[in-house]
Design a protein around this ligand. Structure first.
Ligand SMILES: *[C@@H]1O[C@H](CO)[C@@H](O)[C@H](O)[C@H]1NC(C)=O
Length: 441
């Protein structure tokens, strides 16, 4: 093809030299070449099952280009990496809002009252459906947004739209928590912010103030927010001083463990946008306040080598996908277990073994007390097996679990249910999530 192109342009140039008026054709050639270069940058091989692949490639190319620009800015000392990424992703979402022509987010529901307040000092956005008359109690959802404990906002873009829609469709009070994130704070602060907000919301006085039925309060979140939701659900369930608990938990492609970055889903989907395997590990290192240069060690599972005596066989069994995954998903994958690895890493980064950061590590006695669960997983997601393993362990502990798996789903697809970055699978997954809450909350 390129030979043909060369041949073609040689002829053109020949002609151009002969007839200056034909020099107008030169821009056409340049355009073709630029288009080819752009296609080369945008194209990434994707699994066949992913629908609307070009849309995902474009989205990913935008994300990669943004990351590159930000890295260069940082290299030039012109701003902080994550701060800049955060504002540029927000700008991307804001652009969507401008295109749609709505000021306060997508899919605004006029019946829903939106207000910003604080719960025990933690900023939250509260969505309230119209009051249903004297004595009418409503359902409620406490929601934690995703973004690798570093990106995203309850108040912006798709999160604002999802929670607003949820409030409207479920006739529920939705509280979306604006917990602090990296680089401002590190683990356990984001978790503690969420816990403070949850305890405040579940107090008698606050539930009454919002006319919420105390028997029907869910905790939910996606990705890193799913991690926080699972961890908070465990903590509240086992806290005897709390008389009100969450009645259900709904986890959307949650992050649940940091000991094995070579599960079949981490291996299968390491190059699938937008949550690449290395990006997820970088998020973990940032969250836990660890040295970013540890990335290659974590990729190799050197941090959870057999020599790390702090990781007991009991703990290992809790993340053992060879036992916990349905056989269909093990395929030909082999577990990556390193003999010696990196000495003392777990001591250096204690968050790796902390159940508040890695809820999959909790013991069966804790899981047994957890509320009924909905766990949404996507086939093309490094975190698929985190979700599968947690579903299995909760079930083994006697908890009722609904697993909702999307064979053509990719990480983050729920956030892409709105124009102009909407995907059919994102809309279906959002429907599945809402309909489970509709029936089970
Ligand atoms: C992992 O640890 C082994 C020692 O067990 C070491 O030889 C290897 O280089 C380490 N891998 C990386 C990526 O650092």
């Amino acid at each position: 093809f390129s030979k043909l192109l060369c041949e073609h342009s040689r002829q053109r140039l020949h002609v151009v030299a002969k007839f200056p008026v034909l020099s107008q054709l030169l821009p056409v050639v340049v355009t073709v070449l630029l288009t080819l270069a752009a296609a080369y940058y945008i194209y990434i091989p994707l699994p066949d099952a992913i629908q609307e692949p070009w849309k995902l490639m474009l989205l990913d190319a935008g994300f990669r280009a943004t990351m590159k620009v930000v890295r260069n800015l940082r290299w030039l000392g012109l701003g902080h990496f994550i701060e800049a990424i955060r504002s540029s992703t927000e700008n991307m979402e804001n652009l969507g809002e401008v295109l749609v022509g709505s000021e306060s987010g997508w899919g605004v529901k006029p019946g829903v009252r939106v207000s910003d307040t604080t719960f025990d000092g933690v900023p939250v956005r509260v969505y309230e459906p119209p009051a249903g008359g004297e004595g009418h109690l409503r359902r409620a959802v406490m929601f934690f947004h995703g973004g690798g404990w570093a990106l995203g906002s309850a108040k912006k873009g798709s999160y604002d739209a999802i929670t607003q829609l949820m409030s409207d469709e479920l006739d529920a009070v939705v509280v979306s928590v604006e917990y602090r994130m990296y680089p401002e704070v590190l683990f356990p602060q984001p978790y503690l912010d969420c816990l403070s907000a949850a305890k405040h919301f579940l107090s008698q006085e606050v539930l009454v103030r919002y006319s919420v039925d105390p028997e029907r309060v869910a905790v939910s979140g996606d990705s890193a927010g799913g991690n926080l939701a699972a961890a908070i659900a465990q903590q509240i369930s086992t806290d005897d001083s709390m008389s009100r608990k969450f009645s259900v938990q709904a986890l959307i492609y949650p992050v649940l463990q940091a000991l094995d970055f070579n599960t079949p889903s981490y291996e299968q989907n390491q190059g699938v946008p937008i949550l690449y395997r290395t990006l997820m590990i970088q998020f973990w290192l940032q969250y836990l306040g660890a040295d970013p240069s540890l990335l290659p060690q974590l990729l190799a599972n050197n941090h959870s080598s057999l020599h790390q005596s702090a990781i007991t066989p009991e703990l290992r069994a809790r993340v053992d996908w060879t036992v916990l995954l349905p056989p269909k998903y093990k395929k030909n994958h082999k577990p990556v277990v390193v003999e010696t690895g990196l000495e003392g890493l777990v001591k250096e980064v204690p968050g790796l073994l902390d159940v508040r950061a890695a809820p999959l590590l909790a013991g069966p006695e804790i899981l047994a007390k957890c509320p009924r669960a909905y766990i949404l997983t996507c086939e093309y997601d490094v975190l698929r097996d985190d979700g599968f393993m947690y579903a299995r362990r909760l079930q083994d502990a006697g908890v009722t679990v609904t697993s909702d798996h999307y064979d053509d789903g990719f990480h983050g697809c729920l956030s892409f249910s709105f124009w102009p970055t909407h995907f059919d699978v994102g809309k279906r997954a959002l429907r599945g999530y809402f309909s489970w809450l509709q029936k089970n909350l």
